[in-house]
Write a protein that binds this ligand. Structure first.
Ligand SMILES: [Zn+2]
Length: 413
């Protein structure tokens, strides 16, 4: 297998009118945590840069890394945050109602992770099935009674589910669609197995947030596409499907968009769809200018943060970081911060402890260690959870300051 390939056409409309606007350099995979014995070996690296299609407005990476390098052994576990667990419960209740599900109807979750969302659908009486390529997560979900097929989503899997379990009335894909290279095959497979009057619901980070809120740290190799409604509605139309409603959750993963998709004319189209399309037209989603301005802001942000960190280190301050997430890894690698500047990063997921971050090679530990050593400043890589994190640090007796890297670098005491 080849490790990666260049993306020379738009994944949605196949146009070659692509404008590269953000180059974050050659970085390791943001979720490839290292064991201690791996620290002496070189890491896989690939260009991390984003281009926009000036025909349909899709933003996508310039390089596609082979999925097996990224998803076979995934440390991220969705149910670790309470916010996400609550969101799953809300989603199960809302979607069952909107699709008018009866007890025993089938719900399919694509990239079902540890089965968190499906467990909520099961609680409200649905039959559930998940599909996930990560061996460890599929095993965990099955052990917890959530039937999970350990593979990638495809037409073959769709046909198998249709034949052995039944046609799903609800199909969900949360935070996976942006990771998909062949989006047309993905949608075809959904259409192949979905029940009559079924609904397909996708959740993804919104490209206008990415640009307007300076969320460049949500760029990583797994995140192949940065969707607005304009390109996604175009994609659905190509498959005789329609986006019929849109909701937005501002507190989930720094802003999450949920779209409702059905076969054409199955459901009335809510005014929210036009509202989004109008907003994106006003933003100039297919023009180069808004993206060029964004890239300039990101570069300024980098300069300012490095000056700020340097000043702290000149004063002899001991700096640790908080949040060994993919976004944290993008940020530290793009800013070229290494373990001699920040040796340790705290993370709440015990599965990551004793690993090292890709590229920067910071040791990952739990918050308990913060109580036992002297640290002056914490760089909050998970800056979207700042209030929650500051609360937790205070609770273990941490008295130092915090550096917020985005959307504008600043020190909080
Ligand atoms: Zn396009």
């Amino acid at each position: 297998m080849s490790d990666s390939k260049s993306q020379t056409r738009c994944r949605v409309c196949e146009s070659t009118s692509l404008f590269t606007y953000l180059d974050l350099g050659s970085t390791p995979l943001a979720n490839s945590y290292l064991k201690k014995e791996e620290l002496s070996s070189p890491e896989f690296r690939e260009e991390l840069a984003i281009q926009v299609c000036t025909r349909c407005g899709l933003s996508q990476l310039t390089k596609v890394v082979h999925p097996d390098l990224m998803f076979k052994n995934y440390l991220y576990v969705s149910s670790t945050t309470e916010t996400f667990r609550n969101h799953c419960a809300e989603m199960a209740a809302t979607l069952s109602k909107r699709a008018e599900c009866k007890s025993g109807d089938v719900v399919l979750d694509i990239a079902s992770n540890d089965g968190c969302l499906l467990s909520k659908f099961k609680e409200v009486g649905m039959r559930v099935v998940g599909v996930d390529p990560a061996v460890n997560l599929a095993r965990e979900a099955n052990a917890n009674g959530i039937k999970t097929l350990n593979t990638y989503w495809s037409s073959t899997v769709a046909a198998e589910i249709k034949a052995t379990i039944g046609k799903p009335k609800v199909i969900t894909a949360t935070n996976v669609f942006a990771h998909v290279d062949d989006v047309h095959e993905f949608i075809k497979a959904v259409d192949l197995c979905m029940e009559e009057m079924g609904i397909f619901v996708i959740e993804f980070p919104y490209v206008l947030d990415f640009i307007e809120k300076n969320e460049f740290d949500t760029a990583y190799h797994e995140h192949l596409s940065y969707f607005g409604i304009t390109p996604i509605a175009h994609l659905m139309n190509m498959h005789n499907l329609q986006v019929f409603d849109i909701e937005y959750f501002k507190d989930l993963h720094g802003g999450t968009t949920r779209i409702y998709v059905s076969r054409n004319n199955d459901f009335p189209v809510n005014s929210s769809v036009k509202k989004y399309l109008d907003r994106e037209a006003q933003f100039h989603i297919t023009k180069q200018d808004p993206y060029r301005a964004f890239a300039e802001r990101v570069m300024r942000n980098k300069e300012r943060l490095l000056i700020l960190l340097d000043a702290e280190r000149q004063k002899g301050k001991i700096i640790w970081a908080y949040g060994a997430s993919a976004k944290g890894n993008t940020l530290i690698n793009f800013f070229s911060i290494l373990s001699d500047q920040i040796p340790v990063v705290i993370d709440d997921n015990p599965k990551k402890w004793h690993y090292y971050t890709p590229g920067s090679r910071m040791r990952i530990t739990g918050i308990e260690e913060l109580a036992t050593v002297h640290v002056d400043t914490l760089l909050l890589l998970a800056w979207n959870f700042q209030e929650e994190i500051i609360g937790r640090c205070k609770a273990v007796g941490y008295k130092g300051s915090y550096i917020l890297p985005c959307p504008e670098p600043k020190i909080v005491t």
